[in-house]
Ligand binder design. Structure first.
Ligand SMILES: [Zn+2]
Length: 306
């Protein structure tokens, strides 16, 4: 069975802590992914804080991209660069970028990111930038002119567009201008937990319309309005999204290594198996469980990648 995790921040954590991907102190390494006993595609996000600017930001981004390539090669990951790579067995790695502050509004740089192996990108993290408003920004703006150009360029190049972290208006602008399926790689259902990082039902339906999906984020604050979340809350979000859309538009985007460890509802990738077991106990068919586990994202990538 394939499992796909659409988001983690392990590259930044590896860079800061000088750890490798074979076995480390983080939530994700090759050993922990193999403990699922599944074929496992992990998205690895390059995340650079918007507060770091200029040459330092670019240097960090390039350093995380280098870590991705080196560690995938050292640990037998298939790098997902084209749709042909999606028939991988064992471990797969897909390079994504979370927030494009370091481009300073230059959408032409998409070509060089593609060259470096990036196959998924989100325009913003929390603050606004030259491409779009971010969910914690002050503007509430949607896509700018440069942002619209960037979406078109990404779709043309064969890069998956990720709407997690952008404003609601930005989400709707992407829905309007995208020429290919798009996702929210690590966002939950606002009807279950009211955090603005989550998606309301009309957005979930728009993702269905676009043949996209959302990946369940394991952060307490996005799973539950108050208190500590657990696997039951993860299942609640899956159930809600599946009922508003179908089992074709939900999956996983754990945010492992990007959330404080004590605020993560799951500890490690192997805990995803427990989520799938709970779905089986709720009488989800094997076919639907496999879609949620990973086949939904693989279907979308087959449509988007070259
Ligand atoms: Zn994020």
């Amino acid at each position: 069975m394939y499992i796909v995790d659409g988001h983690c921040d392990t590259l930044l954590a590896m860079m800061l802590k000088k750890e490798n991907l074979t076995e480390n102190s983080l939530q994700i390494d090759a050993k922990k992914l193999k403990e699922t006993s599944c074929d496992f595609l992990q998205f690895f996000a390059v995340f650079e804080s918007p507060s770091i600017k200029g040459d330092q930001a670019l240097a960090d981004v390039n350093s995380m991209i280098d870590i991705f390539h080196r560690e995938c090669e050292n640990n037998g990951f298939t790098k997902i660069l084209s749709k042909n790579d999606l028939s991988f067995k064992g471990l797969g790695g897909l390079l994504s970028v979370e927030g494009l502050y370091f481009l300073q509004g230059d959408e032409k740089e998409i070509d060089s990111l593609y060259e470096k192996g990036v196959r998924c990108l989100s325009l913003t993290w929390n603050p606004d930038n030259e491409f779009c408003g971010g969910i914690a920004g002050t503007s509430g703006n949607g896509l700018t002119k440069a942002g619209k150009k960037l979406i078109k360029k990404a779709n043309k190049a064969g890069i998956l567009v990720d709407t997690s972290h952008i404003t609601d208006q930005g989400f709707w602008d992407v829905a309007e201008c995208a020429d290919a399926p798009f996702v929210a790689s690590h966002s939950n259902a606002r009807a279950i937990c009211s955090h603005s990082r989550n998606l309301d039902d009309s957005m979930l339906k728009a993702l269905k319309e676009a043949n996209g999906m959302t990946g369940i984020n394991m952060y307490d604050s996005f799973l539950k309005d108050h208190g500590k979340a657990d696997i039951k809350d993860v299942v609640k979000h899956i159930e809600h999204i599946a009922s508003v859309t179908s089992c074709d538009h939900v999956g996983f985007g754990t945010d492992f290594d990007g959330i404080p460890r004590d605020k993560s509802a799951l500890d490690y990738p192997a805990d995803l198996m427990e989520v799938l077991e709970q779905l089986a106990r709720l009488n989800y068919s094997q076919e639907n469980i496999e879609k949620i586990a990973g086949l939904n994202m693989i279907r979308i990538l087959k449509q988007v990648l070259k």
